[in-house]
Ligand binder design. Structure first.
Ligand code: ADP
Ligand code: ASP
Ligand code: MG
Length: 439
């Protein structure tokens, strides 16, 4: 049995619904379907989930959101009409509008309605059972998922051999209120469903033919990556390749269920296979699996003469950050200096307090902060066995005049991470891609 998840672009309009049905009809094993809210139909279009967040922002400030709401409602009514379905979706929409007007709805419940409506329509179109995520994805009070309870609840609701459609992105708190995952979280719902039902494979259908070696919005027509390990996937998605939500790997990995990323618009393409390890080598000459990155980091660096002989300087810095609830992404260090690299958004509000506390508690000789840093990661399980990769990376960047602000390599040699100025971000990715892929 296969659990299949379709992302926003695969649910964007009636034409996409037809493609989804064809994909399901082509393989009778594809029985349990997890869907996202309708995504963009063309570039410049709006994602339904974004409109729902916008709608909530309006009502919060007491501004009427009817125009936005109508746009949302019409997307679903159009899909229903174009597919010739009889589902009275207006009933759900009117109830929702009523609760919005009465200010009776939480933000999380409102933004979850995109997937709810998608799933209802898709279930009707396919003639499958609709299973509400609120009836089986059970969150603990701390926002983690109670996997055991959730799996049991799903198992008791799925009628095996029959088809089921489940909305992604949300579940219920112990008191029954709706709670959502972070953005892109329908991937996690799909992974949970696959784990609950011991699926043979978790297919994740999107608008690209699998993981590509670099973001297609930065590099023209990047090569696809046929095989990725779970470890590499964590690195790739954490460091910026948001094809699959980084947390969706835990449930499937526990049960050793492979993930297959596929393209709804090109179902014949094999996509990317993600699993624990691979026997044999798909392409022995390729030792970088992918290149990713994110912008807008800050580097706090401090130096202190004789730091290498003093215990506790780094601990003091980390304690200050911990006190403010800030987690650190990377900690590159030298003999008498150390830096912490973190997203600017996480320190922005309290920066001056934090700097003052570090100064007081760690008593460094110098203390600086640099903003507008992009972090770029070269990820690959085979890098550990190849000498000279970092040399090649830094030579390529140097030749292109890109200044490197920070270097960090993980102990498992699964990644080489470096910081550049935000303005050099895209160029750094292109330079790396070209030096490793086309030569
Ligand atoms: P879905 O709506 O199906 O969940 P997402 O938008 O979450 O899809 O993820 C797919 C998108 O991820 C692609 O359209 C692409 O623009 C982007 N992307 C970023 N980096 C990569 C990469 N390395 N490989 C493939 N796609 C990437
Ligand atoms: N619709 C949600 C979002 O836009 C969840 C998802 O698509 O995975 O974040
Ligand atoms: Mg996604």
């Amino acid at each position: 049995m296969k659990v299949v998840k379709f992302g926003g672009s695969s649910m964007a309009d009636a034409g996409q619904y037809r493609k989804v049905r064809d994909i399901l009809m082509a393989d009778p094993e594809r029985k349990v379907v997890v869907v996202s809210a309708a995504g963009k139909r063309y570039s410049g279009d709006h994602k339904l989930t974004d409109l729902l967040y916008l709608c909530y922002a309006h009502i919060q400030y007491g501004v009427d959101c009817s125009t936005i709401f109508d746009a949302i409602a019409n997307r679903y009514i159009d899909i229903r009409n174009e597919l010739g379905l009889a589902l009275p979706i207006e009933v759900d929409l009117e109830l929702l509008k009523h609760r919005i007007d009465a200010k009776e709805i939480s933000q999380e419940e409102l933004v979850s309605r995109g997937e709810y409506l998608s799933a209802k329509l898709m279930a009707d179109y396919l003639g499958f059972q609709f299973i509400d995520a609120a009836d089986w994805v059970k969150f603990n009070m701390d926002g983690t998922v109670n996997e055991e309870e959730s799996y049991k609840a799903l198992q008791s609701q799925v009628i095996l051999g029959y088809g089921a459609v489940i909305p992604g992105f949300y579940g219920a708190m112990p008191d029954g209120t709706i709670h959502t995952f972070s953005r892109g979280g329908s991937d996690i719902t799909g992974a949970l469903a696959a784990a609950a039902l011991d699926a043979d494979v978790y297919e994740n259908w999107t608008d690209v033919s699998g993981f590509l070696m670099a973001d297609p919005r930065i590099v023209d027509d990047p090569q696809a990556i046929p095989e990725v390990t779970y470890d590499e996937l964590r690195e790739l998605s954490y460091s910026g390749a948001q094809v699959l939500h980084e947390d969706s790997i835990f449930p499937v990995r526990e049960k050793n269920i492979p993930v297959n990323i596929r393209n709804t618009n090109d179902p014949a393409a094999p996509g990317t296979m993600i699993q624990e390890k691979f026997v044999g080598d798909h392409d022995p000459d390729r030792f970088i699996t992918g290149i990713t990155g994110k912008k807008d980091f800050s580097i706090i660096s401090l130096s202190k003469r004789g730091m290498s002989n003093q215990v506790g300087v780094l601990r003091k810095v980390l304690t200050v950050l911990e006190r403010h609830g800030i987690s650190v992404d990377y900690v590159p260090n030298g003999i008498d200096n150390v830096s912490v690299v973190l997203p600017t958004s996480s320190i922005e509000k309290e920066l001056y307090t934090i700097m003052a506390e570090i100064k007081k508690e760690a008593q460094p000789d110098t203390l600086d902060v640099h903003h507008q840093i992009a972090v770029v990661a070269a990820v690959g399980r085979k890098m550990a066995f190849r000498p000279g990769i970092s040399g090649k990376i830094f030579a390529a960047l140097g030749e292109s005049g890109i200044n490197i602000r920070m270097i960090n390599q993980g102990p498992d040699e699964l990644n080489i991470i470096f910081g550049v100025d935000n303005k050099d971000f895209k160029e750094a990715i292109r330079v790396l891609y070209n030096s490793f892929v086309t030569k």
